[in-house]
Design a protein around this ligand. Structure first.
Ligand SMILES: Cc1cc2nc3c(=O)[nH]c(=O)nc-3n(C[C@H](O)[C@H](O)[C@H](O)COP(=O)(O)OP(=O)(O)OC[C@H]3O[C@@H](n4cnc5c(N)ncnc54)[C@H](O)[C@@H]3O)c2cc1C
Length: 468
């Protein structure tokens, strides 16, 4: 093809690329990343599929409003560095979102090319450009002009990191207080290595540190220090402590050995490296592992169980495939890896042996009734359909709630009935100068929505600081 810009017809003639990935049988036995990423040639060709349409619906479909047509045009012309500059300004964690965003319900869903065929593979291109930048470009640096204002951020998940990066770019002095010994929140302890390698999280955090963001680990706000102490010491505060308190099934037997919340199961494996032979963190393994739930957390848990050696790694989900909230790619990858899906299935009881370990699970089949408050069809038990399934490990992945540690030490912080922090249109809480965002406000949501909150809050904090 010539160097002339392609006509829309020529762009339309290019078919969507495919993502090279590890063979399913092989990858089900290791923790290496499933997707290899696109080559330069494939990425440039895919970027040429963008019609650079006037509607820019993809930008509206992105919660952090990445200038997608601009970065794709730069890439299509072979200017990867130019594409990376655009991405880095708009998105604090592009290598992460390129891997974990549910693009099929966001930017790619509204891509005009998707109306007559496949949308542009925006997520894969974002990943390509971000990985290229990490290898070939210097990290961004702190602006010369500093404002002298100080902001504390609670939690180093995607919401906290995004706010921290944005605020540092504006010249504010930012300190992130993190309860754990490492950064990233769910990106580090929840999402497994085979989906999001931790070296990617390290590189993205290093970019923020080079912008001047300071990280303080092992600080539990609400215990080690309080929000009140923070407000006395800092000019503003952004609370982004996530929703890390696991929910349980409330069925008999949940206290047995071998039953985990998905949080604990994944934290042991991802944060503490329990899958590595040299790790001192124990993790229960078994021939049959049953994971309850149908979201990303359930998929991550069941695929982890498979990699830890389970012969049968089973998803037990009480609704049907259509209602499963997990990303389509994760469900597809799980199926390829031999994960069993027991749909329309609900646990009644977990049974243990004399040794106190899980031995079997009593399950009941369900059918779908009328929609419930969530809009999804309600699962209704089928009488007489109960049966026993042999299992050695059970993982409960049915959602999380707000952890009350921070809020219980801060009575002035207004919460809603679920324990999530209430905010105004500027993401300010009931305490002046204290803002909040991410899962602690929304309940369990997505990485990019948390990042959108971080970005929005950073702008509001900047306005607040200027008004003081
Ligand atoms: C296993 C799993 C897989 C997921 N997969 C996807 C996916 O593929 N795509 C997607 O878009 N979303 C996914 N999600 C959802 C997404 O990860 C979350 O919505 C997102 O991480 C929320 O970001 P956050 O910054 O609000 O909170 P978090 O990521 O939860 O970060 C909160 C941070 O605050 C820290 N903290 C908590 N309490 C305190 C305290 N008192 N003091 C100091 N620090 C504290 C925590 O240790 C943590 O580091 C997944 C979630 C899970 C659990």
């Amino acid at each position: 093809m010539s160097d002339q810009p392609l006509t829309p017809k020529e762009r339309m003639a290019i078919g969507r690329t495919t993502m090279p990935e590890q063979d399913p049988a092989k990858r089900a036995t290791n923790f290496e990343e499933v997707n290899f990423g696109l080559s330069y040639e494939a990425a440039v060709q895919e970027a040429k599929r963008c019609l650079v349409c006037k509607s820019r619906s993809c930008v509206e479909g992105c919660p952090v409003a990445v200038r997608i047509p601009e970065f794709l045009e730069a890439l299509a012309s072979g200017d990867v560095a130019g594409a990376a500059e655009i991405l880095r300004v708009d998105n604090a964690l592009p290598a992460t979102t390129g891997r974990v965003c549910p693009q099929e319900v966001q930017c790619e869903k509204v891509c005009v090319r998707g109306k007559k065929g496949d949308p542009v593979a925006i997520g894969w291109l974002e990943r390509f450009v971000a990985d290229w930048a990490a290898e070939n470009m210097a990290n961004p640096v702190a602006p010369d002009k500093q404002t002298g204002r100080t902001v504390a951020v609670v939690g180093s998940g995607p919401a906290g990191l995004t706010a921290a990066g944005e605020l540092a770019r504006m010249g504010h002095s930012v300190t992130v207080f993190e309860a754990l010994h490492d950064s990233g929140g769910v990106l580090r302890y929840g999402i497994p290595e085979f989906r999001l390698p931790k070296k990617i999280v390290d590189a993205e955090v290093a970019c923020l540190e080079s912008l001047g963001v300071k990280l303080e680990f092992n600080v539990i706000v609400g215990r080690t220090i309080t929000v009140t102490q923070i407000t006395e010491e800092f000019d503003a505060c952004f609370i982004a402590n996530g929703a890390g308190l696991p929910m349980f099934l409330n069925v008999p037997g949940e206290q047995l050995k071998g039953v985990y919340s998905s949080n604990e199961y994944l934290t042991r494996v991802n944060l503490m490296g329990a899958y590595k032979p040299e790790s001192t963190t124990p993790i229960a393994r078994g021939d049959n592992v049953v994971v309850f739930g149908g979201g990303n957390t359930a998929m991550d848990s069941v695929r982890t169980a498979k990699r830890l050696g389970a012969k049968r790694a089973i998803i037990a989900y009480r609704r049907s495939r259509e209602e499963m909230p997990a990303r389509i790619e994760e469900v597809h990858h799980a199926e390829e890896e031999g994960i069993e899906f027991m749909l329309l299935m609900s646990p009644l009881e977990i049974n243990g042996g004399e040794d106190g370990w899980v031995k079997s699970i009593r399950l009941q089949k369900m059918e779908l009734g009328e929609p419930d408050a969530s809009g999804r069809r309600r699962p209704v038990p089928i009488e007489g359909s109960e049966f026993e399934l042999e299992a050695q490990v059970a993982v409960v992945a049915i959602g999380t709630r707000a952890n009350p540690i921070l809020s219980s030490a801060c009575p002035d912080l207004k919460l809603n009935k679920w324990g999530n922090i209430e905010i105004d249109d500027n993401q300010m809480t009931s305490i002046p100068g204290v803002f909040a965002g991410g899962d602690i406000v929304r309940g369990g949501a997505t990485v990019i929505l948390a990042m959108g909150d971080g970005k929005h809050a950073a702008n509001a904090i900047d306005r607040y600081l200027q008004s003081k």
